[in-house]
Design a binder for this molecule. Structure first.
Ligand code: F0G
Length: 353
């Protein structure tokens, strides 16, 4: 039986990191590529979900974090810092704990989900809440890393992308070639940049015969890559992608244009509907931001786009349990089904009689 060894040991020679770097790993990567029977039926294509919520801390961030932490520790770092909408901080805190170095986290006050906050705290991070948004937090993190002995592990650190690009490798390894389309949500734009790096590298190595068209989706209230302008006050219920000025803006634009792809925005309502449909139709529960790619695909279909006979991979970036509060909004009636302890009342409420 082959035990997955984490993305550094699985792909070490393909990663642009010092090759003698010992891996700080929690066994990340090797996530399921699951066919969405629902979306395959709806599109007439073959739609696959790259289920990144199955990573150790529940999001794709672990791929980049194993790389960033491994290199930082190898270079002697005693402390790491990041700005985050929640998942990066959860991941960084876990890998810092594993490496036994100090995690310092900056998050927008009141705008990260309880689950993600719990992760950072449980893993021993010092969490600083900033009266401001993610973009403000990133500025502070950069400033701290510039002036103090702490290593910055946001995706502006190129090592993060080296780890994250392994998701593309896994897709191609599994499908035997790159898909026709790759759809995903975008916030700070590190992930789309990393996927594109990975797909290009595999094509150059001859491990795939083609490159996918990259289509990326932002929340309407935080859609700078769609409008071409930073959003000074980004707002969306999909808090993970509540970002107004993505750090990897240029790289993401290259990925979209070189691949013949594009950016589009979807409303919070579309995101929450897609999240619920994915959970109830396919059994895959993702957090709101993670459903942006699904919402985007449904919107493309409504607008007359076709995915018929195409192979499509949609990355769902983080686990639904990250944010149960948002998931349960609108389900008050279901949660309030309280009865006395007898079969008749249960049968009545269940509509069985
Ligand atoms: N989906 C989820 C669940 C995320 O947490 C993020 C980013 C994205 C999508 C967008 O990825 O930034 O590479 O374009 N979360 C970061 C964080 C910003 O701090 O956890 P991106």
């Amino acid at each position: 039986v082959h035990q997955w060894r984490g993305v550094i040991e699985e792909y070490r020679e393909l990663l642009d990191i010092p090759q003698d770097t010992p891996a700080v790993t929690l066994g990340e990567g090797g996530t399921p590529l699951v066919e969405s029977r629902w979306l395959s039926e709806v599109t007439g294509g073959q739609v696959w979900l790259k289920v990144e919520g199955d990573n150790p801390t529940g999001s794709f961030k672990d791929r980049g974090m194993t790389a960033a932490l491994s290199v930082a520790v190898h270079q002697g770092a005693q402390a790491v810092v990041c700005a985050s909408t929640g998942n990066t901080s959860a991941s960084m805190a876990a890998y810092a704990a594993k490496a036994r170095i100090k995690p310092l986290v900056l998050v927008p006050e009141g705008k990260i989900s309880a689950g993600k906050m719990a992760q950072a705290i449980m893993h021993g991070a010092q969490v600083i809440m900033v009266r401001g948004n993610f973009d403000d937090c990133l500025k502070i993190s950069r400033g701290l890393a510039e002036h103090y002995p702490v290593a910055l592990v946001n995706s502006v650190n190129p090592i993060r992308l080296e780890g994250q690009k392994t998701a593309s490798f896994e897709v191609v390894d599994r499908l035997g070639d790159a898909p026709d389309f790759h759809l995903l949500p975008v916030g700070n734009a590190g992930n789309i940049s990393a996927y594109w790096l990975g797909y290009r590298q595999y094509a150059e190595l001859g491990r795939s015969t083609r490159l996918p068209v990259m289509r990326a989706y932002q929340a309407e209230g935080a859609a700078p890559l769609v409008t071409g302008q930073p959003f000074p006050n980004p707002e969306t219920k999909a808090t993970a992608i509540r970002i107004g000025n993505p750090a990897s803006w240029k790289l993401a634009e290259s990925a979209a244009s070189e691949s013949g792809g594009r950016f589009a925005s979807v409303t919070d309502e579309q995101i929450l509907i897609a999240q619920r449909q994915l959970a109830s139709n396919d059994g895959v529960f993702v957090e709101p931001a993670s459903a942006a790619g699904i919402a985007g695909m449904l919107q493309d279909l409504e607008r007359g786009e076709s995915y018929a006979d195409k192979t499509v991979v949609v990355t769902v970036t983080g686990h639904g349990l990250k944010d149960t509060v948002t998931a349960l909004e609108g389900f008050g009636d279901v949660v309030d089904n309280v009865i006395d302890a007898n079969v008749d009342d249960a049968a009545a409420v269940a509509g069985l009689v």
